[in-house]
Design a protein around this ligand. Structure first.
Ligand SMILES: Cc1ncc(COP(=O)(O)O)c(C=O)c1O
Length: 376
């Protein structure tokens, strides 16, 4: 007889625990947090909160239905206009979350006769979107143009009629490095492949007015779909894509996670819209300068410095990662313990997010805490 559900799940739990990858929701957190993605500190900005409160008063707490059905949603439309302007595209479309965005977008672009070329350690939502599309999935090594070129060549040879969609993260969520976007664009242009660039972590952090890595690299026109999230630098919740108007119209009609779910709450849209205004202003530039100062302070003393706000501290095992996190927590510092399957096996790490809201003494405390870990 097959094992009962509870017996089977217990077995899985025991196995996760043995690997040091059992998770639970935190019931406490240290006051000094380096564990979130609020890179500019806007998630607690009073003007952003006030915009959300106004939207609730004017439009209610929920969007009531999917966008096609609910009637005009002024907060959503206003935000999309702002996002498109910011990203240098003709149009934009918001989704209920960043995670749901590629789950709708990728299957609307490619199917079983096509190929998705995805960087090997990409975010789970890009994998899930690619798998859901039914397209053949090929994995390439990040920032290795030669291997991507080879892969594109073989895909074109094996499947001359199929569409090819290249998918990559601009600022890597777990490794903290920036994509060699220009080389990738040269490769994909050579084969007429399309490019979806996930700017979840780069938005607000880099580029003119914080518009992201494609803008910073002068590649906006070469990126077919710029994807982003409202849940990190924009201090709110939701996801979005920015692209040419016909591409956005296509998503509006065929991206199932857009079509078949209640639209995100007006308050979240209004909050993101207010955050976007700040990000694009002189105040936003000053927040980015402060973030940059913190990155430099940290990188100057880190044995594994990264160029952006996502820093890492590698640990020898999953268990050690959790113990290191707990050690820092006991000293008042919160960092994220990242273990497989979020990262590949044997690469567990502490993930440290720097923010413009941190002070120089905050960074000093963190560096001292990490040094004590190394000495332990
Ligand atoms: C690279 C990347 N893409 C997409 C997402 C999903 O965005 P959201 O948190 O808004 O669902 C994340 C979230 O962690 C991410 O790191």
């Amino acid at each position: 007889m097959a094992a009962s559900l509870t017996a089977l799940l217990e077995e899985r739990k025991v196995s996760r625990s043995a690997r040091g990858s059992q998770r639970s929701l935190p019931t406490e957190a240290a006051p000094l947090s380096f564990a979130d993605n609020d890179y500019l500190g806007l998630a607690r900005e009073p003007r952003v909160a006030e915009a959300a409160v106004r939207a609730i008063r004017e439009s209610g707490t929920g969007a009531r239905a999917a966008r096609h059905l609910a009637g005009p949603c002024p907060e959503h439309t206003r935000l999309e206009k702002g996002l498109a302007e910011w990203k240098g595209t003709e149009a934009a479309l918001v989704f209920a979350s960043g995670y749901q965005t590629p789950l709708g977008v990728i299957p609307s672009l490619v199917g079983v006769k096509d190929t998705v070329l995805l960087e090997r350690n990409a975010h789970a939502c890009l994998f899930d979107g690619a798998r859901l599309s039914g397209a053949r999935l090929r994995l390439f090594a990040r920032n290795d143009a030669a291997s991507l070129m080879e892969m594109l060549t073989s895909c074109r040879r094996l499947n001359p009629e199929g569409k090819m969609l290249v998918v990559a993260e601009s600022l890597h969520s777990m490794d903290g490095d920036f994509l060699d976007l220009r080389s990738l664009v040269t490769c994909k242009n050579h084969f007429g492949a399309w490019l979806l660039l996930d700017e979840a972590h780069a938005g607000g952090v880099t580029g003119p007015e914080g518009a992201g890595w494609a803008a910073e690299q002068g590649c906006v026109a070469e990126v077919d779909v710029q994807m982003g999230t409202l849940g990190k630098s924009l201090g709110s919740a939701g996801g979005f894509v920015a692209a040419r108007a016909p591409v956005i119209d296509h998503f509006l009609n065929e991206a199932r996670t857009f079509l078949f779910g209640t639209a995100p709450a007006p308050a979240a849209m209004a909050a993101a819209g207010q955050a976007l205004q700040i990000i694009r202003s002189a105040e936003g530039a000053s927040l980015r300068r402060k973030l940059q100062e913190n990155i430099q302070l940290f990188s100057a003393e880190s044995p594994e410095p990264k160029p952006g706000p996502i820093q890492t501290h590698r640990c020898p095992s999953n268990d050690r990662t959790v113990r290191s996190r707990d050690f820092l927590r006991a000293t008042g510092i919160e960092v994220a313990a990242i273990r497989p399957p979020t990262v590949p096996a044997s690469t567990a790490r502490l993930r440290i997010s720097l923010s413009a809201r941190h002070s120089a003494p905050d960074i000093r405390r963190l560096l001292d805490g990490l040094a004590r870990l190394r000495d332990a």
